[in-house]
Design a protein. Structure first.
Length: 148
């Protein structure tokens, strides 16, 4: 059973998501407690590959409410736990021009915190406008069908 903590809704608006990968995330104790309270934000966060490891940057996990001096830095760089083959596959995508690694959601699966990472290509302004038009057209059709 999955419990979704937060999603990056803006990612689907700003990027074409080619592939998704699931990764574990290396957290401190107070970060896990804060995630269980649902206090995380993926806005403007991204992942990079440094050496043979993948890191998540700019992911904001709020300090734990009942934490003391052991509380964590909200914007610290966190290591993502991938298998070696997955890192090699990601490196192939990452080195292609225009691809970035974007976290799509953070969730708990079997009691462990997981991050869904998408290999994404940025949308241009006109592509975003087209996506909005299509979405509005779909809504209008559904609204019309519900009436009749």
């Amino acid at each position: 059973m999955e419990k979704i903590v937060c999603t990056n809704r803006k990612a689907y608006h700003d990027y074409f998501i080619e592939e998704t990968y699931e990764a574990g995330i290396l957290l401190l104790g107070t970060e896990v407690k804060s995630l269980r309270e649902g206090k995380a934000n993926l806005k403007d966060s991204y992942a990079i590959i440094k050496g043979n490891e993948v890191f998540l940057l700019n992911c904001h996990i709020s300090p734990y409410t009942y934490g003391n001096i052991q509380n964590h830095d909200p914007l610290r760089t966190r290591k993502l736990l991938f298998h070696r083959k997955e890192i090699d596959k990601l490196w192939g995508k990452f080195t292609q021009r225009g691809f970035t690694l974007i976290p799509l959601r953070i969730y708990f699966k079997n009691g462990k915190a997981k991050v869904e990472i998408g290999a994404a290509k940025g949308k241009r302004k006109y592509e975003k406008r087209e996506a909005i038009k299509e979405k509005e057209a779909r809504r209008e059709i559904e609204r019309h069908l519900r009436k009749h």
